[in-house]
Design a protein around this ligand. Structure first.
Ligand SMILES: NC(=O)c1ccc[n+]([C@@H]2O[C@H](COP(=O)([O-])OP(=O)(O)OC[C@H]3O[C@@H](n4cnc5c(N)ncnc54)[C@H](OP(=O)(O)O)[C@@H]3O)[C@@H](O)[C@H]2O)c1
Length: 349
């Protein structure tokens, strides 16, 4: 085992406000592969799923969720891997494992109580490709599932707007809304190609290129009776414009605010919040981990819809651990269609 190297990206420094994620923030290090101690096991990373939350991990003032990653440590990252060696009887060599593997080839894992339970799992009957377990059948799918059903309280006949619709969570949210009986699902994306893909491949009823369209005008056209459920991952101007078009008793599910992730101080106030009052609407933030006790329910539903073809698998694959900084940069540049995935090592046959 000692001849194999463990390649790692370690945090070298935090970005300045508005500085894009790039390899300049990280240091590439090669170490020997770790050995497990009692109760531990070593996981070989197969895929990592870089998400916008990584931006917060590089913010020295970030206190939410798991907090920031100290300079000098391996960059945090969620992934799926295969157990390579184990001194824990519950985790056998060859089993697949989803969890916080970090931007590296090999990580030492061990059960760590509640945090471990809700963010990790062994995969007993994996579907191929294994990256599905990070995307539509994993955290992206579960975020969309609980956001649409719980924060969004979807009802049959709803007219639904999804922002960042061509992304990992948004592409699942729009499909789940349709499965749950939405009358109309409209997505927002930054290119005509993505908009076409939302309609042709994912079955959205319409999609709006928010970069080129007069968004307010288009929303009025698409939603003559207003938006009943707005699933928003963007914040900023898009949230504000959407709020102007909500219907009576509308629900706004706040999933994220990627438009202002880079610079929280650039946050504009959603002045159209007044419409929440006029329309007796509710706006609710949610965090997927709040529902960890119900993950099995989401997993079962997502697998079922996937097996019937109602939930289309969509991922945007980069190849190689060395591409991880670029993969995150791509997310913020909107270069992905579907869940952003980075293949680190080949899946076992
Ligand atoms: N609440 C939770 O528990 C939870 C869990 C997971 C993720 N999230 C949030 O969900 C959102 C989506 O995450 P994801 O992993 O699925 O990422 P993603 O949607 O696959 O990728 C981000 C997408 O956001 C869009 N975007 C980027 N910068 C933007 C900007 N300035 N204005 C408007 N759109 C912009 C881009 O699409 P276009 O170029 O097409 O606009 C990009 O493809 C993020 O806000 C994330 O923080 C929340």
């Amino acid at each position: 085992m000692s001849e194999i190297r463990n390649r790692q990206w370690r945090v070298a420094r935090y970005p300045a406000s508005n500085e894009p994620i790039s390899s300049a923030l990280f240091e590439w290090v090669e170490n020997s592969v770790p050995e497990p101690s009692d109760n531990q096991f070593v996981v070989k990373t197969l895929y990592l799923a870089p998400g916008p939350a990584l931006r917060g991990y590089l913010d020295p003032n970030h206190k939410q969720f798991l907090g920031n990653v100290p300079v000098g440590e391996v960059m945090r990252g969620r992934g799926i891997g295969v157990i390579l060696s184990s001194k824990n009887p519950d985790y056998a060599v060859g089993e697949y494992f989803v969890g916080s593997l970090g931007w590296q080839d090999y990580s030492v894992q061990h059960p760590r109580g509640k945090e471990f339970v809700f963010s990790t799992k062994k995969i007993s009957a994996p579907l191929r490709p294994l990256s599905l377990e990070l995307g539509i059948l994993g955290q992206s799918g579960a975020t969309a599932y609980f956001g649409v059903l719980e924060a969004g309280r979807i009802k049959a006949g709803d007219n639904v707007l999804v922002s960042a619709a061509a992304g990992g969570v948004g592409s699942a949210a729009g499909q789940i809304a349709r499965i749950k009986g939405a009358a109309k699902v409209v997505g927002l994306a930054s290119t005509d190609k993505k908009c076409q893909w939302l309609v042709d491949t994912l079955g959205f009823d319409a999609a709006i290129n928010y970069k080129t369209a007069d968004l307010s005008h288009q929303l009025a056209e698409e939603f003559p009776k207003g938006i009943d459920l707005f699933f928003d991952s963007v914040g900023g101007d898009i949230l504000n414009t959407g709020l102007a078009h909500i219907s009576l008793n509308a629900r706004v599910a706040l999933c994220g605010f990627i438009a202002t992730d880079y610079d929280p101080h650039a946050n504009i106030g959603p002045i159209n919040y007044r419409n929440l009052l006029y329309q007796r609407a509710t706006m609710q933030g949610f965090i997927v981990f709040d529902y960890w006790e119900r993950f099995a329910e989401a997993e079962q539903a997502l697998r079922q819809w996937h097996s019937t073809g109602e939930l289309v698998f969509c991922e945007d694959l980069s190849d190689g651990l060395e591409k991880m900084p670029q993969a995150v940069e791509d997310l913020f540049a909107g270069n992905n269609s579907g869940v952003k995935i980075c293949r680190v090592n080949d899946e076992p046959a």
